[in-house]
Design a protein around this ligand. Structure first.
Ligand SMILES: [Zn+2]
Length: 212
């Protein structure tokens, strides 16, 4: 998959932490669940017009499916293609359940927490001039939310193997923001948040294939 591509960035995102970066058009972001069973909450924006952001509804409707996986395109509100899934060892990922927050931990579980994907997003988006209005329904990589016939849904207990990964090709210059989910009150992280690896690959700069 990455023959002819050079790894230009390699970084471990510790458990419970957020991460954001501008990704240039044509580069591929690879997210690896190093230890398994770790959900990664994800947003992306047009880097040159961050008000044009990932749209779950456009992405779901255009593809006619509430799950995303290999070949899925992540569309913005404007209809612009932001990123495309070019590698996927899992097969399907959640688009509807959004991120954990102090508010929904209180509402769902009756607990007061201090860490959440929402607070991570607030922290990592602020340096880019983005506030709470930028936190929309996000993608949950490596997370399964089955929907039953009666419409009921919930986070599934799903065994995700260590080394599971997704590769996302930037179709335009994008700002990506992710939260290595700290949730401890449902099975999305196996009740044990762990580090993930993020890498950026660029075409046409040598043939380093060593690090994936
Ligand atoms: Zn979370």
């Amino acid at each position: 998959m990455f023959e002819g591509r050079k790894c230009i960035h390699h970084e471990i995102v510790p458990a419970r932490q957020g991460w954001a970066r501008r990704v240039e058009r044509g580069d591929t972001l690879v997210i690896t669940d190093l230890e398994g069973q770790q959900a990664v909450d994800f947003l992306c924006f047009d880097a040159d017009d961050p008000a044009d952001r990932y749209s779950a509804t456009n992405t779901i409707k255009v593809q006619g499916n509430v799950h995303i996986g290999l070949g899925s395109v992540l569309y913005a509100d404007s209809g612009k293609a932001l990123m495309r899934v070019v590698e996927d060892t899992i097969g399907r990922h959640d688009t509807i359940y959004g991120c954990c927050s102090i508010a929904n931990n209180r509402l769902r579980y009756g607990v007061e927490t201090t860490q959440s994907c929402y607070t991570n997003f607030e922290g990592i988006l602020a340096p880019f001039g983005l506030g709470r209005e930028a936190i929309v329904a996000n993608i949950n990589w490596f997370m399964s939310v089955p929907i039953l016939e009666d419409g009921s849904a919930g986070v599934a207990e799903a065994a995700r193997q260590p080394g599971s990964r997704v590769g996302l090709l930037a179709e335009t210059d994008v700002l990506v923001a992710l939260s290595n989910c700290p949730q401890m009150h449902n099975p999305c992280n196996g009740y044990n948040p762990t580090p993930i690896l993020v890498q950026l690959y660029r075409a046409g700069e040598g043939s380093d294939t060593s690090s994936v």
